[in-house]
Ligand binder design. Structure first.
Ligand code: SAM
Length: 246
């Protein structure tokens, strides 16, 4: 195995070319129970984290928003309500099972929204067209986060904002309790509800392998994003990074 092309899939080291397939297997497996699992695992807190992200977006009526790795569409729906008839939201995801659920849900809620299946690391959009790009709990799963962030920057208009909501590194004194919850309890809930403990073990492991708050900030700066700042939520269980393209 060529070490140069290795990356993490949770705690495993895998070839970069295999990670995308393994991540796809996770989301194919959990798609039908994804929303219920989010509510159960976070005791509904993910709704507040997402609401906070939308509040920090500065998005107003008429804006054009790109939801990257948008999955079942929580953020797209929130933004569709904000931008109104004169704005536009685009829901994207690499995974067809997740994207289909998201697109159908938006339709059912009265917000028919264009949806595109695409890899965040190579976006099929022109430069400089979105006022806001959001990626919520998606970046952690991407193989080349730098390439994905560079793509997000490319499609933003000058002055546009990027928001990245993601699990992050928890305040140290809480780590033992958080570890117990994420490695012992979450896979059990995953087994019970989604009949899939390994995918939820991957969730816990991938969080540990994701760059911490400062490292992600540096990564964003390294692709040319500016005025990068972050907000810790729930003692750093989750962090919202916000950055601009100028
Ligand atoms: N954004 C939604 C939310 O906050 O509930 C869904 C997040 S879900 C945990 C992660 C999503 O990232 C999955 O739908 C998965 O298919 C998507 N994903 C993973 N790798 C991706 C990539 N390289 N490009 C686009 N989407 C990706």
């Amino acid at each position: 195995m060529n070490d140069d092309n290795l990356t993490h899939f949770g705690f495993q080291k895998v070839q970069e070319s295999d990670k995308e397939k393994k991540v796809a297997e996770v989301f194919d497996s959990v798609a039908s129970r994804y929303d219920l699992m989010n509510d159960l695992m976070s005791a509904g807190l993910h709704r507040l984290w997402k609401r906070f992200a939308v509040a920090q977006s500065g998005v107003r009526e008429g804006a054009r928003v790109l939801d990257i790795a948008g999955g079942t569409g929580d953020l797209s729906l929130a933004f569709a309500r904000r931008v109104g008839r004169t704005g536009q939201v685009l829901l994207t995801d690499i995974n067809n099972a997740m994207l289909t659920r998201g697109r159908d849900r938006l339709l059912d809620c009265g917000h028919p929204t264009p949806a595109a299946q695409c890899n965040a690391e190579s976006l099929p959009f022109r430069d400089d067209i979105f006022d806001c790009v959001i990626v919520s709990f998606g970046l952690r799963n991407m193989t080349r986060k730098d390439a994905a962030l560079a793509e997000m920057r490319r499609v933003l208009k000058p002055g546009g904002r990027l928001l990245a909501l993601e699990f992050s590194h928890v305040w140290k004194p809480l780590a033992p309790l958080y570890d117990l919850y994420s490695f012992k309890v979450i896979p059990k809930i995953g087994q019970l509800i989604a009949h899939d403990a390994p995918s939820y073990r991957y969730l816990a492991e991938s969080i540990r392998m994701h760059p911490d708050q400062e490292s992600l900030k540096s990564l964003m700066e390294s692709v040319g994003l500016e005025r990068v700042e972050y907000f810790n939520l729930c003692f750093g269980v989750v962090a919202l990074h916000r950055a601009y393209k100028f």
